[in-house]
Design a protein around this ligand. Structure first.
Ligand code: NAD
Length: 374
């Protein structure tokens, strides 16, 4: 009997259930074709969970996630819950909470542009047609978003606000190891980004990354200041491989790299802890402007499944098949609204169906290859 592989599926709000539906169709194909003992259980999270259970992250959901090997998440939030105090809003009360609960300190975001798909990118043709494949490794559970104190202070004639950036050496070390280990599987290049010409935390960041690099002599390490990095990425994305960033810098750099591929609807991310337990999700939100219209691009959600197979299940051939099926579908010319450049587009479920056709072609190619070589 195959080992049981358990996924907790959390569609969430807005376009979440729509793009998850297409991903579920892909899962069913993979389960059958690769003969996997996959067990998928669906749980509520975000606004829908507030409506049904009075809590954005119900105990049942958390328990279901604990019992699984990985979490496949849609997205959470929307106008309906914006009136709530910030600590009760779906984004804070479920998303930040679940990341913290599982100690998901490493955020991996892939931005890939196939040279033949250069028209999708907002970059000039002569830059985009070289293509690029960037992995942004962002520290996710420390830095300025979590440092205390974080306060607005009003005193007599003084009114000011404080945010605090703290980085402990061990927090930098563990994320740096992830970046170097990922680089070993790729072009063996790490660019670490900081602001060490000004900030103390960045000085410690740079020193620690240099120390960790001693363990990876095959990997080429370079450093860029944040302000220079944002320019270099636009000028020559092709020259980057793995980009390593502290939390705030990574937030900005990963969005920058992402949009160079054409649309947030094609970007997925993996958030991992030390045991490589992972939460896999699209980079975008619940897109209330297109919710319920069958217009969302399901690629980001389907790619997050590819990341799950790669990082948690270590089934890289299946992960590659999903990625190839997506690329093939795009190369055939199929586009959802967000990447259509005002031209002809197909709906969310049609895109899902086209990706399934390409995926089945991948499986058939494999079968033909095996039978030819026996
Ligand atoms: P958003 O990412 O939802 O939307 C920004 C733009 O990108 C919109 O025009 C939207 O239509 C488009 N877009 C996003 N995903 C798309 C897809 N798959 N296909 C096609 N187009 C897509 O960001 P927002 O409008 O700032 O936020 C909407 C809600 O989502 C808010 O409540 C926000 O807090 C929440 N949010 C959740 C997450 C998450 O769950 N991880 C992330 C970001 C925002």
């Amino acid at each position: 009997m195959n080992k049981k592989l358990k996924i907790a599926m959390l569609p969430g709000d807005g376009i979440g259930p729509e793009v998850m539906q297409e991903t579920y169709k892909i899962i069913k194909i993979i389960k059958k074709k690769s003969n996997l003992n996959l067990k998928i259980k669906k749980y509520d999270i975000g606004g829908i969970a507030i409506e049904k259970w009075g809590k954005a992250l119900p105990k049942k959901t958390l328990k279901g996630c604990e019992k699984s090997h990985a979490i496949l998440l849609g997205s959470v939030g929307g106008p309906k819950w914006e009136y709530l105090p910030s600590h009760q809003r779906p984004e804070v009360a479920s998303l930040l909470k679940i990341r913290k609960y599982f100690n998901l300190f490493a955020n991996l975001r892939y931005s890939i542009l196939h040279p033949k798909l250069y028209k999708l990118s907002p970059l000039k043709k002569k830059i985009a047609d070289k293509g690029f494949d960037i992995l942004c490794v962002r520290e996710l559970t420390s830095g300025i978003y979590f440092g205390q104190p974080s306060l607005e202070i009003k005193k007599k004639n003084k009114h000011y606000a404080i945010d605090t950036t703290i980085y402990h050496k061990n927090e930098i070390k563990r994320i740096a190891h992830i970046a170097f280990q990922e680089a070993l599987k790729r072009k063996k290049k790490v660019t670490s980004i900081d602001k060490s010409n000004v900030l103390q935390t960045s000085k410690l960041w740079k020193k620690t990354v240099n120390q960790v690099s001693q363990n990876y002599p095959e990997v080429n390490l370079s450093h860029l200041y944040f302000d220079n990095a944002v320019m270099q990425i636009i000028k020559n994305p092709h020259s980057f491989d793995v980009i390593l960033c502290p939390n705030l810098i990574g937030d900005i750099i990963s969005d920058e790299c992402g949009i160079l591929t054409g649309s947030i609807g094609m970007l997925s991310s993996a958030s991992l802890n030390e045991k490589k337990f992972g939460l896999y999700e699209p980079a975008g939100g619940t897109a209330p402007d297109i919710q319920g219209k069958n217009l969302a691009n399901p690629i980001a959600q389907i790619l997050s499944l590819a990341l799950l197979f790669k990082h948690t299940f270590k089934l890289n051939t299946i992960s590659k098949k999903i990625k190839l099926a997506i690329q093939k579908t795009l190369l055939k010319g199929y586009r959802t609204l967000d990447i259509s450049n005002g031209k002809k587009f197909i709906t969310t479920d049609q895109m899902g169906n086209e990706i399934i056709k390409s995926l089945l072609e991948e499986y058939n190619n494999e079968k033909n290859f095996i039978s030819k070589n026996i």
